[in-house]
Ligand binder design. Structure first.
Ligand code: PEP
Ligand code: MN
Length: 357
């Protein structure tokens, strides 16, 4: 990875001293040589905090804006804060901050995104768009497009996980397929990961951050507080500056663009394996087409004989046979079940169509 984009800072701005303590320590931070030895790209701090339940600390508000603009001026470190309305944008522009982010609850609301995008029109800011709180790729892409439409901001996306009722240890569900699909659809938008809000707990952050780097994310947003235990929001997920440094230096930083910066020997091997994968993919699609054509033939016979589409015994037999074969080949059981569920659903759909014709 050549120039990872690193955003770090406290969840919330609480006092002028707390903001300055975090900012000074983070301004001195250096990435390891494998990540280019640079500093953080943006200092973050929320002044308007979207809290799930009323009565919690909802941010210091406008009072905190001069603290942030002073940090930006005096440390030469671009500062980023959350905006959730056109009014917030107006105040941030007046304070001269260089970057904003749209929080996960805002991205889920096209009315608000449109209002914010309009308010940002013409301002040369860096705009980070977090994924919507619900797992909806279209909504995320739509929010990015709304901001891009007004320009001329530099727009980025941040994966911070998706809300669910029962997730387990993490605060939010990562659903890595969604950010990967985002990258496939909008390859030119830099994609960062926010393992702080994803996990809700510093102990899970190193693994999640590593996973993001291994998947070629372009950077990370990490919450760092001078004394996390006393933080007014998200205490458990914030690192101390020293903890942040230790974590960042423990990660293995990878190159992000294999075609450009991999050693030629590695590139030749990858290219060779990829061409074999391409041939296999052709065969897979071909086999699926053959399977569906047989399914259609059965569909026509069922129609003629007045036989129902779903025969549970037959499906159980297919399912247990393929699962056994997959286990012998060391393939993951839930993976093969997912593949066969998709195949089965498609088969049913085709037969339904034939019967209705
Ligand atoms: C934040 O970054 O402070 C925040 C509130 O994040 P999210 O919108 O991802 O919950
Ligand atoms: Mn937070």
């Amino acid at each position: 990875m050549s120039h990872p984009i690193i955003i770090a800072g406290p969840c919330s701005a609480e006092t002028r001293e707390q903001v300055w303590s975090a900012a000074r320590q983070l301004a001195a931070f250096r990435l390891p040589p494998a990540a280019g030895s640079g500093g953080i790209s943006f200092f973050r701090s929320g002044i308007w905090k979207p809290r799930t339940r009323p009565g919690n600390f909802e941010g210091i508000g406008e009072t905190g804006l001069p603290w942030l603009s002073d940090v930006q001026k005096e440390l030469g470190l671009p500062v980023c804060t959350e905006v959730a309305s056109a009014r917030h944008v107006e105040l941030v522009l007046k304070a001269g901050l260089q970057a904003v982010w749209l929080g996960t609850r805002t991205t889920a609301n096209p009315f608000l995104v449109e209002e914010i995008a309009k308010a940002l029109k013409g301002a040369p800011l860096h705009v980070f768009v977090k994924n919507p709180i619900n797992p909806d790729l279209g909504l995320w892409i739509g929010a990015v497009q709304r901001v891009l439409r007004y320009g001329p901001q530099k727009v980025y996306a941040i994966h911070r996980g998706f809300s669910d009722y029962h997730i387990g240890q993490l605060r939010n569900a990562p659903l890595w397929r969604i950010p990967i699909d985002f990258k496939v659809q909008l390859p030119d938008i830099p994609l960062l990961c926010d393992p702080s809000h994803l996990s809700g707990d510093t102990s899970f952050i190193p693994d999640l951050a590593q996973r993001a780097l291994d998947l070629n994310f372009d950077g990370l947003m990490i919450e760092v507080h001078p004394s996390p235990a006393g933080a007014l929001s998200d205490a458990v997920q914030q690192f101390t500056p020293a903890g942040f440094e230790k974590m960042m230096h423990s990660l293995s930083w990878r190159r992000s663009a294999p075609s450009e910066d991999l050693h030629s020997e590695e590139k030749i091997i990858i290219d060779a394996i990829r061409s074999r994968i391409d041939v296999l993919d052709e065969d897979l699609v071909d086999l699926l087409a053959q399977r569906m054509s047989l399914v259609d033939q059965i569909g026509r016979v069922k129609k003629r004989g007045g036989i129902g589409i779903i025969q549970i015994e037959r499906w159980n037999e297919v399912s247990s046979r393929t699962r056994k074969q997959a286990a012998d080949k060391d393939l993951d059981d839930s993976f093969i079940q997912e593949v066969y569920r998709a195949i089965h659903q498609q088969s049913i759909k085709r037969q339904e169509k034939i019967i209705r014709e």
